[in-house]
Design a binder for this molecule. Structure first.
Ligand code: GCU
Length: 138
């Protein structure tokens, strides 16, 4: 199994843009969610076998308010209203980790903004390497 980094800028993006205007991101940029409810980034993660795993989202939130998101896998919400609290400024990145069950094969892991502010700036998803068979993007 490969190390499990999945860059947001190469994921499927709905109502968001790839940006590079705040330093500290990994890969070639990050996703700036449009400031609307329902904006999302969706990663496709391949797993060898069904297993519980950690999903770590690296983000920045330079505002003073939470930017909560729902996390779903295969269209089913597995963590609702996950908090992405302020990180002091847009160049300070933090990681939010949840645990969830992946199924064997392709898993569509989606992070959807639940408020009209949109999501935080999103750098990458890191899936526990033991569960992840996909070639990482860096
Ligand atoms: C600022 C910031 C963006 C961020 C946006 C937001 O415009 O430069 O990177 O995405 O605020 O509020 O989401």
């Amino acid at each position: 199994a490969a190390a499990g980094d999945h860059q947001a800028e190469t994921a499927t993006i709905s109502q968001g843009t790839v940006a590079t205007n705040h330093s500290g991101y990994t890969g070639s940029g990050f996703v700036d969610y449009t400031n609307v409810t329902g904006s999302y980034v969706e990663f496709t993660v391949s797993a060898d076998a069904a297993s519980g795993t950690s999903l770590a989202l690296r983000y920045a939130n330079g505002t003073g308010a939470d930017r909560p998101m729902d996390l779903s896998i295969g269209g089913k919400v597995v963590a609702a209203g996950v908090s992405f609290p302020p990180t002091a400024n847009w160049t300070t990145w933090a990681t939010k980790t949840i645990t969830a069950d992946l199924t064997a094969g392709a898993n569509k892991i989606r992070a959807t903004a639940t408020t009209s502010a949109g999501g935080p700036n999103l750098d990458k998803l890191t899936v526990d390497a033991a569960a992840d068979t996909q070639t990482p993007t860096r």
